[in-house]
Write a protein that binds this ligand. Sequence first.
Ligand code: SF4
Length: 234
Amino acid sequence: MNAEIDTRIVRGACPHDCPDTCAFEYHVKNGKLVEVTGDKNHPMTQGRLCVKLKDFASHHYNPDRILTPMKRVGPKGSRQFEPIIWDEALSTIRDKWSGVIAEYGSQAIMPHAYLGHQGVLNGLTAGDAFFNRLGSTIAEKTYCESGSSTAWLMTVGPSGGLDIESFVHAKYIIVWGMNMTSTNIHGWPFIVRAQEAGAKVVVIDPVRTRTAKAADWHVQIKPGTDGALALGPK
Ligand code: SF4
């Protein structure tokens, strides 16, 4: 068989609950996924994947992956499930929902799916059209995130995000309490570019992290003194 025809790259994106949503290239050989790499041509993620996704191809073939619907066959919490086929899953849901709607109305059904289940690309819109048509209760889906966002807005007000690509024009960048080289791998290259263009990079962190080592000035405060430092500058 011709190896050129037999090997192909399928484009995709990271399915994890992560706002970076890295652009992926799935390397498929003889119909089998052999490797997952980052797409170097993507302007933001630039081919970099975090360690969680380094061996994603092997996750795909993990024997513990759930590949069929699972039906609970014991009491809740007993962890007793058995695999069923899709037709059975769909007809079970249809019968149960029809009963709920007949007795209580369609608003008695409330969908709950969010990023943790689906990843950023699917989690915010999964099933919306279907549930709108059904007339179900529409919730924001997330409960933890909307609660914390509301508390943030009520406490400190709205805060505009920064355009990371504009960092290259900055002259002075402060990275406060963040180990960007490990936890913000797609933001860090823009800071490096700014630094190369002459910006001064200051890292405030009690720990001498890799990010702190790469800074022009590491302000190594004692743990818990951030507030005093923040109130100090005039
Ligand atoms: S940083 Fe990691 S988890 Fe986040 S989108 Fe990229 S590969 Fe996925």
